[in-house]
Design a protein around this ligand. Sequence first.
Ligand code: PBG
Length: 331
Amino acid sequence: MTTPQFPTNRPRRLRHHPLIRELVRETTLSTTDFILPLFVRPGRGAKKEIPSMPGNYQLSVDRLTEEVGSAITLGLRSFILFGIPERKDATGSSALEDNGIVQQALRALRETFKDQIVLITDECFCEYTDHGHCGVLSKQTGRLDLDNDATLPLLAKQCVSHAKAGADLVAPSGMLDGMVKAIRAGLDEAGFTHLPILSYAAKYASAFYGPFRDAAESPPQFGDRGSYQMDPANGDEALREVELDLAEGADIIMVKPALAYLDIIRRVKDRFGVPVAAYNVSGEFAMVKAAAQKGWIDERRIALEILTSIKRAGADMILTYFARDAATWLR
Ligand code: PBG
């Protein structure tokens, strides 16, 4: 195809009328694209703001229910839950309890909101272990490190426990090899063949998670997550990770973080054509909030531009701490 040259071709013809601009717009953001992350903690009446994530809170179950109720009135319907347990130990055993903090939250939200909402659970142990790594540790590799195969059955148990408590979708985030396969088998065996898996398939070892680790009280107590999360320098490897997770039965693929990895979102979408989620993570949110508080940027325009760019890159859904603000702005 040869494009006619100027002056026959004037791309500005489609830009000068605001309504024509809207007609030719390729990407639209919708409130139903957003998944709001929520942090649940023990107690009653607790609503503790997370300093580096303005407008986000650690909530006790009762306050969480209020928060979800108000989010629903904004048009939001999908939520991902993170738990801050009462007790941590070496294996993260409190993650598996019937009456664990996320299990309690699931039951309360399901009871109150029935089928009006989609409840997603982050499946990982870093919030529940005293060492802050994403599963159990061993010295199999010569140094103390996350033990992949010993963690898999625990992960499957965690997912089944969340499914029983009312989760609609489980989202393993530990970047363990074989995690999707182990979870699929565990769910199927427990009768949850219908429950989809949203795999954090391409999750990078990123400094952008800093504020989240304060929020979830989950920073590693030694070392870092470099032995399980991906090197930010790699792109082809993300495609291999995604291919493996799809072969193991993942229903939705996540790329995380989003903003510094838009190329990965696009490559995954182009190559596999499966539903893609992108996680607009805590550090991406905090940077915008901080600059906005200083009056250096226009928060609303910047946030909507970022979210639009993530969709334009190929994401079908976005996990974002801007969900409430964006829902309000998009009204
Ligand atoms: C748990 C988990 C993390 C995030 C989501 N799930 C932290 C981590 O991997 O250290 C980060 C989310 C964010 O920064 O908003 N494994």
